[in-house]
Design a protein around this ligand. Structure first.
Ligand code: UD1
Ligand code: UDP
Length: 373
């Protein structure tokens, strides 16, 4: 279908409004400091929520807690297969971009909303800026690897969180002038709210034991196949034989973990997904974390909590070289946790040797570049 004359690409490039595209839980945490820094510069901006995540605990709670302005629009796209969801995201975003005529679109991370927005904006000739560009797991079986690689190619501005991300972009031929090492906006958010992470208060409120391990798992490779989930539950029960395991359950794995009997162990605490403040507080008070989350690998690095990442690879190796992270197979979990319980934390530093520029100023750096672009 050819566009109506008033909807041509030429017409959507004129305005100077910056539109932020957010849709899934990690996007909100990354966007908050960027939106805030642009707001303080008085730049015209709006926030478009795609509705990829929609439960209160996966979405609205982050807006309430992080001071993110209520989205100007929620496209209500919701869940579906990759093709269904991406198609719905693209259709909704295209309509929205044509109406709004943004001067620039800012996308975050590597979720389907990120890819869809980058594709649609590019075809409407709207410049794209990608926050958290250049991360690579080199594992094409992960949807996020596809999303981030394509998004980077389509982005006129690539904001990198770590030096190796800059290197990956150079290796892929992204011109150096497009790439800026700015630090990590997810860590901006963590540092901004540091004083609100009150472990004693949370422990009292949730009646948690003094020592516990936090677990978060949502990657398709870990939670989609019942056989894998069954094996994982056995391992988590072996961990729970040693120490309480607290798991705020991502909706993706909820049914599979329940079917495999994860909650049957008396020392496994299954919780609904937590709001940001409670979640980071939970992590801060943990003896160790078992996760496959990208953001949690970074947060534990700053909080100095030993992190066992249940994956064969990570797109965030800086959390291993500078942080507390270690890749682990499920069979290694009980043994590694028992070592951590006696103080053997595989070289976890006592003082944060933080990755370069993870200093709480990433949002400011991004805003300065956007303001001068
Ligand atoms: C998405 C991202 C992933 C990111 C994760 C963060 C993609 C391809 N994946 O994965 O990179 O790490 O978010 O959490 O974009 N659901 C609900 N309520 C919600 C949202 C989802 O019940 O508010 C359930 C639905 O059954 C849905 C499933 O979770 O089918 C998966 O949601 P989806 O957004 O497709 O992917 P995530 O696994 O959340
Ligand atoms: N998070 C949260 N509540 C939870 C689990 C995670 O607030 O129950 C936060 C976490 O602190 C991090 C972000 O959500 O900032 C990461 O989201 P997720 O693990 O879903 O996505 P990923 O980073 O793996 O893409």
């Amino acid at each position: 279908m050819s566009p109506a004359p008033e909807e041509t690409a030429e017409n959507v490039t004129g305005s100077e409004e910056t539109v932020h595209i957010v849709g899934a839980r990690p996007n909100f945490v990354k966007a908050a400091p960027v939106v805030d820094a642009l707001e303080r510069r008085g730049m015209r901006q709006s926030v478009v929520h795609t509705g990829q995540h929609y439960d209160d605990r996966m979405s609205a709670v982050f807006f309430r807690e992080l001071g993110l302005p209520k989205p100007d629009v929620d496209l209500g796209v919701g869940s579906g297969s990759h093709a269904e969801q991406t198609a719905a995201l693209m259709t909704g975003l295209e309509k929205e971009f044509i109406v709004r005529s943004p001067g620039r679109v800012v996308v975050y991370g590597d979720v389907n909303s990120t890819l869809a927005a980058a594709l649609v904006a590019s075809k409407l000739h709207i410049p794209v800026a990608h926050v958290e560009a250049g991360l690579r797991s080199f594992d094409w079986s992960m949807p996020e690897e596809v999303n981030r690689r394509v998004t980077d190619q389509l982005s006129g501005l690539c904001f990198a969180t770590s030096p190796e991300a800059v290197g990956h972009l150079a290796d892929e031929g992204v011109p150096v002038g497009r790439v800026h090492l700015v630090g990590n906006p997810m860590i901006d958010t963590l540092l901004r709210h540091l004083e609100r992470f009150d472990v004693a208060e949370l422990r009292g409120r949730l009646e948690l034991p003094e020592k516990y391990v936090t677990a978060t798992l949502h990657r398709p490779a870990n939670v989609d196949d019942p056989e894998t989930v069954g094996r994982l539950v056995e391992r988590l029960h072996e961990v729970a034989d040693q120490v309480d395991v607290v798991m705020p359950v991502h909706p993706r794995g909820r049914a599979a973990f329940a079917a495999a009997g994860l909650g049957d162990h008396p020392r496994v605490w299954l919780l609904e997904p937590l709001g940001y403040l409670d979640f980071v507080t939970l992590v801060r008070g943990s003896t160790a974390v078992i996760t496959d989350s990208g953001g949690v690998q970074e947060e534990t690095t700053i909080l100095l909590v030993p992190c066992l990442t249940l994956r064969p690879n990570t797109e965030r190796p800086v959390t291993i070289t500078h942080g507390t992270n270690r890749l682990a197979a499920d069979s290694e979990l009980p043994g590694l946790v028992s070592k951590i319980l006696v103080g053997d934390t595989f070289g976890t530093p006592a003082i944060a040797d933080v990755p370069p520029l993870w200093d709480g100023q990433a949002g400011e750096r991004i805003a300065t570049i956007l303001a001068n672009d």
